[in-house]
Design a protein around this ligand. Structure first.
Ligand code: ADP
Ligand code: MG
Length: 251
């Protein structure tokens, strides 16, 4: 298996509060890595480091290295815009633009210089198909995205990320607050996407991590307690704290 992302001795602090301590892990290409752990474990912080969204916060301190296809993305002078195009992010709460479904998808690519109408139409259709939303919206692409249900809005946000033609997709609790059917649709979408994308899924839904991911990182108070194949972690966890967490004894 090829490593898409390699994290080496990564530590992170806000002001002087350390929230990640010497984390080492790897994200295999064309697979789904789950990051699980109780609230405030540092899951979102880790995810945000992967596309340098952490740069937007003042007074942070970061140590260690994160390699994307062998290139250290933490090095000074890295082209962050280019990185964020390669590594897209989907947040917990879907926030469509208050515009049409079509415009939600065409907006980003247009900003990146794609002006040709035919090309944009193709990109919109392809992204909506990949996010498994096309059949539900193909007859109303010009209607407001705000009219979609919560689950549809989240798939729209996944499609919007896909329209930027990324290599890696980061998702931070993407099914938070969604009903079980919408949740299942998103999990199925992720399964089909992993054939051609590397996915990192933060979730505090243990069942979702067990169902959806190939590998798991378990974080607790900023420390990586266990990392390995989903099957092994859910059948024979090595650390008692992992066992306690997945059997619902805390978190
Ligand atoms: N912008 C921020 N400024 C200061 N502290 C923060 C900020 N974001 C998160 N933290 C702190 O970092 C720790 C880890 O948070 P977070 O990465 O959001 O964890 P999780 O996603 O696992 O809930 C928490 O103690 C949180 O309060
Ligand atoms: Mg979080």
């Amino acid at each position: 298996m090829a490593a898409k992302i390699v994290v080496k001795d990564l530590s992170f602090s806000y002001n002087h509060q350390r929230v990640l301590s010497a984390v080492n892990l790897m994200v295999e290409a064309d697979s789904i890595l789950g990051i699980m752990g109780p609230a405030k474990s540092g899951k979102t912080t880790l995810l945000r480091i992967f596309n340098r969204l952490c740069d937007l916060i003042p007074h942070v301190r970061i140590e260690g290295e994160v390699f994307l296809d062998g290139e250290n993305i933490l090095r000074p002078g890295l082209n962050v815009d280019r990185l964020r195009k390669r590594v897209g992010m989907v947040f917990d709460k879907p926030v469509p633009l208050p515009r049409s479904i079509f415009e939600n998808l065409a907006y980003g690519p247009r900003l990146h210089g794609i002006k040709d109408k035919k090309r944009l139409e193709e990109l919109v259709e392809r992204s909506l198909r990949l996010a498994q939303l096309w059949d539900e919206v193909k007859d109303r692409l010009n209607e407001s995205a705000m009219k979609l249900s919560g689950g549809q809005q989240q798939r729209l946000c996944i499609a919007r990320t896909l329209a930027m033609e990324p290599e890696v997709i980061l998702l931070d609790e993407p099914t938070y607050g969604l009903d079980p059917i919408s949740t299942l649709k998103i999990e199925q979408t992720l399964q089909s996407l992993k054939e051609s994308y590397t996915i990192v899924l933060v979730s505090n839904n243990t069942w979702q991590v067990a169902r959806t991911t190939d590998n798991v990182a378990f974080l607790l108070m900023g420390e990586l307690i266990e990392y390995g194949s989903t099957h092994e972690i859910f059948t024979v966890p090595k650390d008692k704290r992992t066992d306690d967490y997945i059997s619902g004894r805390f978190g």
